[in-house]
Design a protein around this ligand. Structure first.
Ligand code: HXC
Length: 535
């Protein structure tokens, strides 16, 4: 290259054009035929138009490709410009973000030394600025040719994920087949989004599984979006890439830029904003008819959320995992809230291991990012039994207790129906630090339900009665007595554990008033290095 060529800018243009072309034309063509976007197109579609500024476009690997090629043409293909990663800063919804997007056409999107350094640099920028980082993953993991340097960068990148955890929102999009570190790093972040049928996540791909264990599995069986969603790894399964990008844009609208700021407010639609009966709508009144007459009847908590949340909108997390608890983000009065709600329509809303872990992680996420927590209780307690005990429900169920107990954001809890035993204590009770605790008249706050309680309290009497119609009558009478005297919200209300027993139709207004009064809540940081939650 002559000095004249360099000064004219032609050399810059040439290098930038090579970087923009990406890697393997074959891979790019195949992806396009499948209707999938390139690494740059994904970023352009994610960010507000014209706001993305790319950094480190001209970074190249110090390795020579191990004799391989990054997929592009010409002598420079062994060390392609950009090294397979597009990264930089932009805006989403007018707010700053940092983004990186892995280019599967260059060494399969794998992470080599330079690629890793670029991710680390853009993450450090996001932490300095205090803005969310969004990683678009499409990678075979550590670049095999670069050996230990790739592994070193992955570990450093993982360490940064950990340092950024709870400081800035970290969002991972899985947009292809992601193996090894390309699955583990997302697992360290706050939210993971997958695309149905076209994205996968696994520790190693099917070829490696076959060679190590002899198992013959497909990509979809091993790491498909639905399987990962059912395992709790993916928070959302998008129908296609555009849907995934749309969901992430929507998610960011609920989140603050960082842990020192608050989520954005939006103009609220509907209602006068005052609390009390004059604010009642037909939808509010419908809540008065929601609780079924029979104890085991279905109470679909989503119907409560439809009324309480602005426009009934809930951005649900992990919908396909532990459906007995609903977690998601919504707004009340235009302000972000995190909802945790027992869903009695699934497994009676019982707290099992999966539900406990799902809700615990969500509570901690909300607490880290200054999102008030709204809890709706209808829970028969922790799930008893051999299977759960053997799998560690004591340790794993304790996570939810821990998460609520350490949360310092505003917390409002409404007991709709059952709040039995540990379920009462753990689901945002006053005793764990909730600020406002409400109960419907249908609330059943007790150590256990009537059937179990009668068997324990009246065992001798019932045994003496034996079997037959008289024994049945005795059991029915004892059960009715227990339901009348012990299954109500009033013992808790008399002690101030419940601040108010409210008519269901008042729920929306009381929650709004409560959250408004809690806006100034501030927490005192705990002294010490960190707590030691049961992991
Ligand atoms: C270098 C890689 C690569 C890798 C894929 N490629 N993975 N190159 N290092 N890790 C290249 C392939 O050689 C191929 O190049 C191109 O990318 C596309 O790969 P295919 O296999 O043809 O694609 P596909 O059939 O879609 O399968 C995708 C895949 C598979 C399932 C991800 O490539 C695979 O199993 N890769 C290895 C995954 C893995 O085990 N990684 C190790 C991770 S260990 P050409 O030139 O033919 O187009 C790790 C540790 C991290 O990450 C530690 C964290 C703390």
């Amino acid at each position: 290259m002559t000095r004249a060529t360099a000064v004219s800018g032609k050399e810059l243009d040439r290098r930038l054009a090579l970087a923009a072309a990406g890697g393997s034309p074959r891979t790019l063509a195949r992806r396009r035929a499948e209707g999938r976007m390139s690494a740059r197109e994904r970023i352009e579609a994610l960010c507000d138009p014209g706001t993305f500024t790319e950094l480190d476009t001209l970074v190249r690997s110090r390795a020579d490709g191990g004799g391989g090629s990054g997929g592009g043409a010409g002598a420079e293909a062994a060390r392609p410009y950009g090294d397979g990663l597009v990264c930089g800063h932009g805006q989403i919804g007018g707010r700053p973000v940092c983004v990186f997007s892995q280019d599967v056409s260059v060494f399969g999107g794998s992470l080599g030394e330079a690629f890793g350094e670029k991710i680390i640099k853009v993450m450090e920028l996001a932490m300095r600025v205090g803005c969310p980082i969004i990683g678009i993953n499409d990678s075979g993991g550590a670049r095999i040719q670069e050996g230990v340097t790739a592994l070193a960068r992955y570990a450093e990148y993982g360490r940064l994920n950990i340092q950024a955890s709870g400081v800035i929102p970290q969002i991972s999009m899985i947009m292809g087949s992601c193996a090894g570190g390309a699955a583990y790093s997302p697992a360290l972040t706050d939210v993971t989004v997958m695309v149905d049928e076209t994205s996968h996540m696994f520790v190693t791909g099917p070829d490696v599984v076959r060679s190590v264990t002899g198992e013959d599995v497909t990509l979809e069986e091993l790491g498909g979006a639905r399987h990962n969603a059912a395992a709790g790894t993916a928070h959302y399964v998008a129908t296609d890439e555009a849907d995934a990008l749309d969901w992430v844009q929507c998610l960011l609208g609920f989140l603050p830029d960082n842990a020192l700021s608050t989520p954005p407010s939006y103009p609220r639609s509907g209602g006068s904003g005052r609390s009390g009966r004059d604010d009642l709508t037909d939808a509010d009144r419908a809540l008065d008819r929601l609780v079924p007459d029979s104890a085991g009847g279905l109470l679909d908590v989503r119907k409560v959320l439809d009324v309480v949340l602005d426009d009934g909108d809930l951005l649900e997390f992990q919908e396909l995992f532990a459906g007995n608890i609903v977690c998601g983000l919504g707004r009340v009065d235009g302000e972000s809230v995190g909802v945790v709600a027992n869903q009695s329509a699934v497994s009676a809303g019982v707290l099992d291991i999966d539900a406990s872990e799902k809700a615990a992680r969500f509570v901690r996420f909300c607490d880290a990012f200054n999102i008030p927590i709204l809890t709706f209780v209808d829970v028969p307690g922790y799930l008893p039994g051999l299977d759960q005990e053997r799998r560690g429900i004591i340790r794993r169920g304790a996570k939810l207790l821990f998460a609520y107990g350490e949360a310092t954001v505003p917390m409002v809890t409404v007991v709709l129906r059952k709040a039995y035993g540990g379920g009462y204590a753990v689901m945002g009770s006053k005793h764990l630090g909730a600020d406002i605790n409400l109960a419907w008249p249908s609330a059943e706050i007790a150590v256990m339900g009537a059937t179990g309680a009668v068997e324990v309290l009246h065992r001798r009497e019932l045994r003496a009665a034996g079997t037959g119609p008289e024994a049945d009558q005795l059991r029915a009478r004892l059960t009715a007595d227990y339901e009348r005297t012990a299954l109500s919200p009033y013992a808790a209300a008399e002690r101030g554990f419940i601040d108010a027993v409210i008519q269901p139709c008042e729920t929306r207004a009381r929650i709004r008033a409560g959250l408004r009064s809690l806006r100034g809540k501030r927490s005192v940081q705990q002294v010490g290095k960190h707590n030691n939650m049961p992991l």
